[in-house]
Design a protein around this ligand. Structure first.
Ligand code: ATP
Ligand code: MG
Length: 423
């Protein structure tokens, strides 16, 4: 029988890499606190309707990428492909409109999309996600973009490009949609098959197509900025002014449309040169109609999501500090299997005193135990040999300079803690 492997598009994070993830989430958590965002933990599956109505039926995510199944109670549920719709659902369900506005929430965890796996693109991937709900001010958009850049700055990323656009609102988008449709219809024979389908249902998505012929048509397409209504134009102007004031360098890109239907006004993406074809580390924008689309009242919102795998790939490529795989404070090395129980009780005491400690279970020689302590990156070794056992002492060896000292067994924890302070 063949050994069972992990499903395509998924991956295992092994123990010798998980600290990289801790670093990204830890830095994100710190930035979230500094910007006043509270963490939420939401279910990984939701009613399918939340996404079909929230994200939009005519989007790639809903049409092709969702993991949807019928549960044993006959309900259609879907593994979340993103977090925004769930956060808005939770805001409405818990009547957060009654709280002081805006409500600023963030979350992280696995998302699921049935896509073609490749570097930086998986079927299960991790996003960090931020949402500000209940604020229509352009300053909320500015803060959101600033926050995403601040997280990357703290993680040591450089060379990122922020692309900014407005996608209008339901009052000005229909006019742009039909202008755009006319533009593409005039060269309909040059569109790829996918875009032919998009022409009726969602012509804005053609702007996102990577096929050379569609790109050429897109390059000469009318700009959305010329179709914005007054409200959207003023909003866009204030967002760009706000970002300028912060000294943020952004590139206006009037071809930028996002893959999810709920966006209104501000749309942005942050690209990394280190990612090849999957070059977006972050996508976000404003979604003033999402709450209504899923059956709630009008709640303006703005947010972004960023893929943690792509952040890590970029950090690795740029040599950013990723934290370290710290070894234990102490490894206990004992002279014979008879001393193993003694070693176990010392490990117990050291851990209770707040030190990280490890010991040998395999009855190996002292030499081998010393070698593995050194390989595991132990800062100190506590040796329990014949002499030590007889005199109620332990020998504490500093692994960075080889110095060794005999100390009372009862004061071993205190002794090592002191030495750690002076390392
Ligand atoms: P892409 O254009 O790469 O498909 P998207 O527009 O579908 O991205 P969003 O839905 O905006 O992406 O998600 C925000 C971020 O989540 C992306 O910028 C990316 O960093 C990450 N992301 C999206 N899909 C995947 C995936 N399948 N695997 C890994 N990361 C992903
Ligand atoms: Mg996508």
């Amino acid at each position: 029988m063949d050994a069972i492997k992990a499903p395509r598009g998924t991956y295992d994070v092994l123990g010798d890499e998980s600290w990289k993830w801790d670093r990204v989430i830890g830095v994100t958590r710190g930035a979230a606190a500094d910007f006043g965002f509270k963490e939420v933990m939401l279910p990984v599956f939701e009613h399918t309707e939340l996404f079909s109505r929230g994200i939009g039926d005519a989007t790639d995510v809903v049409e092709k990428e969702m993991y949807t199944f019928t549960d044993k109670g006959g309900r259609s549920v879907t593994l979340r492909p993103e977090l925004t719709a769930s956060i808005v659902r939770s805001y409405l369900e818990h009547d957060m409109r009654r709280r002081s506005q805006p409500v600023k929430l963030w979350g992280w965890g696995p998302m699921f999309r049935y896509e073609r796996p490749q570097s930086g693109r998986y079927r299960q991937f991790v996003q960090i996600d931020f949402e500000t709900l209940g604020a229509s001010s352009p300053l909320a958009d500015v803060e959101m973009i600033d926050l995403s850049m601040e997280i990357y700055r703290r993680l040591g990323l450089s060379n990122l490009q922020v692309l900014l656009n407005s996608v209008g609102c339901p009052s000005c988008r229909p006019a742009y949609r039909s202008t755009l449709k006319k533009h593409f219809e005039s060269s309909i024979h040059e569109l790829c098959d996918t875009c032919l389908g998009r022409l009726e249902r969602n012509p804005l998505r053609i702007l996102d197509c990577k096929q050379p012929a569609c790109r050429a048509l897109t390059d000469i397409a009318p700009s959305v900025l010329d179709s914005l209504c007054d409200e959207c134009r003023v909003h866009f102007g204030e967002v760009t002014r706000g970002l300028e004031r912060l000294g943020a360098s952004v590139k206006l890109d009037n071809r930028l449309v996002r893959g999810l239907d709920y966006y209104t006004k501000t749309a942005y993406e942050i690209l990394s040169g280190e990612l090849g074809a999957q070059n977006a580390v972050c996508g976000g924008g404003r979604y003033d109609n999402l709450a209504e689309n899923i059956g709630g009242p009008h709640v303006p919102g703005v947010g972004f999501a960023s893929g943690v795998e792509r952040i890590i790939i970029t950090m690795e490529a740029q040599g950013a500090y990723m934290g370290e795989d710290a070894g234990p404070d102490v490894c206990i090395v004992s002279s014979s299997p008879d001393r193993a129980l003694e070693a176990a009780s010392l490990a117990h005491e050291l851990r209770a005193a707040g030190l990280s400690a490890d010991m040998d279970f395999m009855g190996r020689s002292m030499k081998t135990q010393m070698k593995s302590a050194s390989q595991n990156g132990a800062k100190f070794v506590c040796i329990i040999g014949e002499d030590e056992a007889a005199s109620g002492t332990v020998s504490v060896k500093n692994m960075s300079n080889g110095e060794q000292e005999s100390v009372e067994r009862t004061s071993a924890a205190e002794n090592i803690k002191n030495k750690l302070l002076w390392r």
